[in-house]
Design a protein around this ligand. Structure first.
Ligand SMILES: Cc1cc2nc3c(=O)[nH]c(=O)nc-3n(C[C@H](O)[C@H](O)[C@H](O)COP(=O)(O)OP(=O)(O)OC[C@H]3O[C@@H](n4cnc5c(N)ncnc54)[C@H](O)[C@@H]3O)c2cc1C
Length: 227
């Protein structure tokens, strides 16, 4: 059994300083105001314009920008992610993938709960020994699940039947493609202190990276700072 940390990879190429992405929105949005004459090559007009759109709630214009992100998370987190209805998804299938095969190392992969525990406000007073005990118990449960899964496959069960014993912690790859407006909604909900600590584990660093790479679009989202 493999134990992995959660992570993500931004699949959509982002231009240097994210200016082209803003200029694309500016080009489209200025049609509304017939202010195309105000476009400047250096991207400064685009920054100002997109900032104005967001401040005025004219977010329909930022739907013209999209991003695809590949997440490596557990199936519990992926279940929360796929509730975002305005996004498009592609997810590793537990119906077709057979983890008993050589190419998966004849083992299941699970996402470690360690970072989730650290980020869980309700567990912040739990002492280190108890956390060690909780983690050891979890590992035991994961190994049990793996053993049952492999045995069922060995007895002739198809992966789509044997998957019934796979835990929520099973690692999955999930790609989300969404427009910037939807990503903003996603980040507001999924970086907030009320969100699950394991979705925050990927949502907070992804938001921080996008804030560095694309100016303006995500700058006002600071939900994670209210922890
Ligand atoms: C802290 C937290 C706890 C949660 N707990 C539960 C739970 O216990 N049980 C549960 O079932 N779910 C739960 N959820 C999931 C939640 O109900 C939503 O499914 C999820 O957060 C997606 O939110 P959304 O619908 O706003 O987003 P999206 O589906 O991404 O939609 C984005 C936005 O588009 C608009 N929109 C989308 N669809 C419609 C529509 N049909 N009509 C009008 N406007 C629309 C809305 O403005 C919406 O905010 C929880 C979510 C959070 C963040």
């Amino acid at each position: 059994m493999r134990v992995l940390k959660a992570g993500y990879e931004i699949l959509t190429p982002i231009s240097e300083n994210g200016i082209k992405e803003l200029q694309h929105i500016e080009r489209i949005g200025r049609v509304c105001y017939k202010s195309e004459d105000k476009i400047t090559d250096d991207g400064e007009s685009a920054k100002k314009f997109v900032k104005m759109l967001i401040a005025n709630g004219h977010e329909a214009m930022i739907e013209h920008g999209t991003l695809s992100v590949l997440f490596t998370v557990d199936r519990g987190v992926s279940h929360e992610m796929v509730r975002h209805r305005i996004a498009s998804f592609a997810q590793e299938s537990t119906r077709y993938v057979n983890y008993s095969k050589e190419k998966f190392g004849n083992e299941i992969t699970v996402i470690d709960i360690e970072n989730g525990i650290c980020g869980d406000g309700k567990m912040k007073n739990t002492d280190a020994d108890k956390i060690g005990e909780i983690h050891a118990e979890w590992l035991d449960a994961m190994r049990d699940a793996e053993r049952h899964y492999m045995k069922m496959i060995a007895c002739g069960a198809s992966p789509q039947i044997a998957r019934s014993v796979l835990p929520n912690a099973t690692k999955t790859n999930l790609i989300i493609t969404a427009n910037y407006r939807e990503w903003r909604a996603f980040f507001k909900l999924r970086t907030a202190p009320s969100a699950h600590p394991q979705i925050r584990e990927v949502a907070i660093p992804l938001l921080a990276e996008l804030q560095k790479k694309i100016p303006v679009v995500f700058d006002d989202i600071r939900a994670y700072e209210n922890a």
